[in-house]
Design a protein around this ligand. Structure first.
Ligand code: COA
Length: 249
C-alpha cells in the first residue's frame, strides 16, 4: 500500500515499522491505513502471538503529517484513516510491544498509550504539542493519560506540551523501560518473544481484564476526533500550522 510502512513476520511476532526517515516518520493517511491493515492481519493470523511497532533510528514519529492537517484546515474532510487506525490500535486483540528512539511527537507519543510494553532510548523525548497547535489531544489520550499518569502529569504532557525524557516517562509509568540505542530492537523482540511463549488464551484473558472495556476508549477517540477536526479549522490552528510550514523560510 505504501513503502513507508514495512511489515515483517519473525516467527510468532509481526513487526510494523514506520519508515519515512526523510520526514522523521510523519504519518500520512496511507501510512495509517497500512498500519491498521497490518494490525488486523496480525490479529487474524493464528500464527501471530504479538505485534511490534518500531520507527527508524532517531525517529519513532514526528506525528501526523502537517500537510494532511493543512488539508483539513482548508476544508478537506481528512478521511477515516486516522480514526480507523486508532480503533484498530485500541481494540487490538494481541499484545503490542513498541520500541521508541528519538523523536516521539503527537501520535508518536500517544500510540504508546495503547501498547503493552514500550521500550525507549535515553535520547527519546515524548511530546504532545496539541494545544500549542490549537488542537486537542487524540488517540484516547485525554482519557488514558490522566488514569495512567495522574491528572497533573497528564496536564503537563497534554496541556502544557512539556517534553518527557525517557527517564521521566519511565518514572511516570508512560513506558516500561529505558534501553540503549544499540539494544533497542533486540530488547523489543526479546519481550515480544516472551509474550509469544505464553499460553495465548490465558494471556488474552489476563490482558482483557487489565485493559478493561474498549467502548469508552473508542467513544473518546471519536469525540476527540470530532473536536480535533473542528479545531483544525480554527484561527489558532491555522496560525500554528502556517508557522510550521514557513519556519525555514
Ligand atoms: N509533518 C510533515 N513534515 C514533517 C513533520 C510533520 N509532522 N515533522 C517533520 N517533518 C519534515 C520537515 O518538514 C522536514 O522536511 P524538509 O526536509 O522537506 O524540510 C523533515 O521532516 C525533517 O524535519 P526537521 O524539522 O528538519 O527536523 P528537526 O530534527 O529539526 O526537527 C521535529 C524534528 C520533529 C522537532 C520537527 O520537525 C517538528 O516539530 N515537526 C512537527 C511536529 C508536530 O508538530 N507534529 C504534529 C503533532 S500533533
Amino acid at each position: 500500500m505504501t513503502e513507508h510502512i514495512v511489515v515483517e513476520t519473525k516467527g510468532a511476532v509481526q513487526a510494523i515499522r514506520m519508515n519515512r526517515p526523510d520526514k522523521k516518520n510523519a504519518l500520512t493517511r496511507a501510512m495509517y491505513a497500512a498500519m491498521a491493515a497490518a494490525l488486523a492481519a496480525g490479529d487474524a493470523n493464528p500464527e501471530t502471538r504479538a505485534h511490534v511497532i518500531l520507527g527508524v533510528p532517531g525517529a519513532f514519529s514526528a506525528g501526523n503529517d502537517i500537510a494532511d492537517f493543512m488539508a483539513v484546515a482548508m476544508g478537506g474532510d481528512g478521511g477515516t484513516e486516522v480514526f480507523d487506525f486508532l480503533v484498530a490500535l485500541a481494540t487490538c486483540a494481541k499484545p503490542i510491544v513498541s520500541g521508541v528512539d528519538g523523536i516521539a511527537v503527537g501520535i508518536g507519543t500517544t500510540i504508546n498509550l495503547h501498547c503493552d510494553l514500550t521500550f525507549a532510548t535515553p535520547r527519546t523525548v515524548f511530546r504532545t504539542p496539541f494545544v500549542d497547535l490549537g488542537i486537542v489531544p487524540e488517540a484516547g489520550s485525554s482519557l488514558i493519560a490522566p488514569a495512567l499518569l495522574g491528572t497533573q502529569r497528564a496536564f503537563a504532557l497534554l496541556g502544557l506540551g512539556e517534553g518527557f525524557s525517557a527517564d521521566r516517562a519511565k518514572s511516570a509509568g508512560l513506558i516500561y523501560d529505558v534501553v540503549d540505542e544499540d539494544d533497542l530492537e533486540e530488547q523489543v523482540f526479546a519481550a515480544a518473544g516472551r509474550i509469544a511463549a505464553k499460553p495465548p488464551e490465558a494471556l488474552r484473558l489476563a490482558r482483557e481484564l487489565m485493559r478493561g472495556p474498549r467502548e469508552p476508549i473508542v467513544e473518546r477517540i471519536r469525540e476527540e476526533g470530532r473536536l480535533f477536526r473542528e479545531r483544525l479549522r480554527s484561527d489558532e490552528a491555522k496560525a500554528a500550522l502556517m508557522a510550521f510550514v514557513n519556519r525555514k523560510k
